[in-house]
Every structure is written in structure tokens, then in C-alpha cells.
Design a protein around this ligand. Structure first.
Ligand SMILES: NC(=O)c1ccc[n+]([C@@H]2O[C@H](COP(=O)([O-])OP(=O)(O)OC[C@H]3O[C@@H](n4cnc5c(N)ncnc54)[C@H](OP(=O)(O)O)[C@@H]3O)[C@@H](O)[C@H]2O)c1
Length: 346
């Protein structure tokens, strides 16, 4: 029999994963779980009827209701049971419901059933035992019961700042976040024709980075703009050791889930980055890497500057997969990241 990359893991059984909340993040996590040879998607939940559940059902995914399934049944969705039934089949739940439902679901459902759960970045840090980004603190998540995968923005900053910190030491980091108004399908979000500053100082993103990079000196400000594709971060970092621009480029090139792109390759904007993801054939046009523009990496007065783009709908998906492995006791951080990247084509 051919050996696969998964042979060394020697799982006694597949990890049974349930997904609660089948929206922007949930449907992507479910698809990613299906691609893992060491995991089985045992079902997803539907709350109100929508087309996504029709697609899931047509692909053979089992659907469970949260409470009473009448609305789903009325619309012809075959429901396998309710959330309590799903919990009987799952070793771990990835909860992708909107805040603060994840925290509430822990207390109401997951704890009483003794099932582990991953929450998403909309939840508060103290909703789980640990906040997580695979490259930064995988080992801290091993065998934990409740972990929060941090938000798309926090994930993006953690990936690049962690790499810089390991290589050169970060004295302090500053970032201005230019945030998308809403996801592409979100017709009620905005602004349509305005730039909306955040008046929090720092914006909540800086403190959130510190829930993963525990000692990082980081301060953020944020604005929201009328775009749906990606967020952008203008980063400035004071390092303990002074690298050359070339060394920083090389570092980012070898950092997992970070991609160095060139504006002069006709990739000078977030729109072109998403087009790149589509042309590469990535499912849904998702760009799971954090994209750093090479031409934007520069040093001025001892300070490093660079712009990075974050695809909010997808950068946290590989983190959820690695969090599942860590929480289920798989100890090898590098191998988990590698397996996830290969399976997702990152
Ligand atoms: N979208 C992003 O860009 C993004 C990026 C990173 C992290 N996140 C985080 O990921 C989480 C989910 O966000 P999302 O954008 O995927 O939301 P979403 O698209 O609105 O999907 C949420 C899903 O959860 C379901 N739901 C609602 N209340 C529920 C409950 N009490 N229990 C179980 N399921 C429930 C919804 O069902 P109905 O449709 O029937 O209401 C929907 O299927 C949030 O914490 C968010 O902050 C989002």
C-alpha cells in the first residue's frame, strides 16, 4: 500500500468534526475538514433556511438543526437531528456562529456534552482557554478543550510580526488597519461612500494580537472603507536587530502562509490579489496567505515599513484545521501546518 504523508500520525481513529454555523467561515471550515485525511466531517448545523444548506445537502453533508427543525423541514431540507445529536457524533466542534453565540454555545451545549470546541475571532478572548494562531502558539493549544481562533486581522498581524520577532526581535510594532466594509455578499453592511475612522485608541486589534503574541508591544488604529475584497494593514516595526530590506523579503518568502507579491507584476491592489487567487484556481477565489508587497518593504530611520493584504473570509481557515489537531493531541506543529497547507493547496 502506498504511504501517505499522514502515515506517521498513526491516528487510532479519524477526528470527527462538527461545524456549528454554516456561513462565511463555517462553510469554508467544513470544506477544509473534508480535505483532511485524518478528519471526518460528521455534520453541520442549519438555523434558518438558506441556499447554502441546499448545496451542503446535495454534497452529502449531514445537516442538524439548532433547536426545532420545522423551518428547515418545511423547506425540504432533510435534517439528521438536532445539535445535541450532532454532539454525540463529534469529538470536536468548530463553532462558526456570530458573536457571542459561540461562548453561549459552550455553556449551553458543548460543556454539558463533554465535547471540545473552537470559537472564532468575534468572541472575546476570555470566552475560551486560549487564543490561537498556528505559527505562534500551536503548542499551547495541545489537548486544550476550548480555543479561540483569532480574527482575520489579528491572524494577519500575528503571522508577519511573529516571523519578524523570531528573526530580528520586535521592539515595537504599529499598524493602521484599512478594513473592508463587509464581506462581498453582505448587502446591509457599509459604508458605501465614506471612510469611517475608529475612535478607539488603540483599536481592539492591537490588544487582540497580544492574546497570541503575549509580550508584543503593538499599537493599532483603524478605518473602515467601502470595499469588500480584503483588509489592508500598513505596518511599521522597530526591530532589535537591523536587517536589510533583502533579508526581510527573504524572511517573508520562507514564512508559511505569507506570500510576497510584486506590484509591478500587475498585482498592485487588493482587487488584483483576489484575481490572482481566482486565476490560481483557489476555491471561491480565497487567498489564505497574507500578501506582503515587495516594493512596499522599506527601512526609514531604523524603522521597517510594509503593507500587507488580508483576505478576511479565508485566512483563518487553515488555523481552524491546525487548532483541531492540536486540541486532539497531535503534538507536531510543523507537520500539522504542512499537512494543512498541502491539503488546502496553500
Ligand atoms: N466573515 C469574516 O470576514 C470573518 C473573518 C474572521 C472571523 N470571523 C468570525 O467568524 C464568526 C462567524 O462569522 P461569519 O462571517 O462566518 O458569520 P455568518 O456568515 O453570519 O455566519 C454565521 C452562521 O451562524 C449561524 N448562527 C446564527 N446564530 C447561531 C447560533 N446561536 N448558534 C449556531 N449557529 C448560529 C447563522 O445562521 P443563520 O444564517 O440562520 O442566522 C450562520 O449560518 C464570527 O465570530 C466572526 O467574527 C468572520
Amino acid at each position: 500500500m502506498a504511504h501517505t504523508l499522514y502515515d506517521f500520525m498513526r491516528w487510532e481513529h479519524m477526528i470527527n468534526v462538527g461545524v456549528v454555523g454554516y456561513g462565511t467561515i463555517g462553510k469554508r471550515v467544513a470544506d477544509a475538514v473534508i480535505l483532511q485525511e485524518d478528519m471526518k466531517l460528521v455534520g453541520v448545523t442549519g438555523r434558518t433556511y438558506n441556499y447554502r444548506l441546499e448545496i451542503a445537502a446535495s454534497r452529502g453533508i449531514d445537516i442538524y438543526s439548532i433547536e426545532t427543525p420545522s423551518q428547515l423541514k418545511d423547506q425540504g431540507i432533510k435534517v439528521k437531528g438536532n445539535l445535541k445529536d450532532l454532539l454525540k457524533k463529534a469529538d470536536i466542534i468548530v463553532d462558526c456562529s456570530p458573536k457571542p453565540c459561540g461562548k453561549e454555545n459552550i455553556d449551553k451545549y458543548y460543556k454539558p456534552a463533554g465535547v471540545k470546541a473552537i470559537l472564532q475571532g468575534g468572541e472575546k478572548n476570555d470566552a475560551a482557554e486560549l487564543s490561537f494562531v498556528a505559527q505562534c502558539n500551536y503548542r499551547d493549544a495541545i489537548n486544550k478543550d476550548y480555543v479561540r481562533v483569532v480574527s482575520c486581522n489579528t491572524t494577519g498581524m500575528c503571522r508577519t510580526l511573529h516571523a519578524l520577532d523570531k528573526a530580528f526581535g520586535v521592539k515595537k510594532a504599529r499598524a493602521t488597519l484599512i478594513r473592508r466594509g463587509g464581506d462581498p455578499h453582505a448587502v446591509t453592511r457599509g459604508p458605501i461612500n465614506a471612510i469611517v475612522p475608529s475612535f478607539e485608541l488603540p483599536s481592539h486589534h492591537g490588544p487582540d494580537v497580544r492574546t497570541v503574541l503575549y509580550d508584543m508591544e503593538v499599537f493599532t488604529t483603524a478605518v473602515i472603507v467601502p470595499t469588500t475584497m480584503m483588509h489592508m494593514h500598513n505596518m511599521s516595526v522597530v526591530l532589535k536587530k537591523q536587517p536589510s530590506v533583502k533579508e526581510v523579503v527573504e524572511l517573508f518568502k520562507k514564512t508559511p502562509r505569507v506570500r510576497v507579491i510584486k506590484a509591478n507584476h500587475k498585482l498592485g491592489s487588493t482587487a488584483e490579489v483576489i484575481e490572482l487567487a481566482r486565476d490560481l484556481g483557489y476555491k471561491r477565489g480565497d487567498m489564505m496567505d497574507i500578501c506582503v508587497w515587495e516594493e512596499g518593504i522599506g527601512l526609514y530611520d531604523g524603522e521597517l515599513f510594509f503593507p500587507q493584504a488580508v483576505h478576511q473570509e479565508s485566512d483563518v481557515i487553515p488555523e481552524n484545521i491546525d487548532a483541531i489537531r492540536a486540541m486532539m493531541g497531535f503534538k507536531d506543529q510543523e507537520k500539522s501546518i504542512m499537512l494543512t497547507n498541502i491539503s488546502l493547496g496553500i
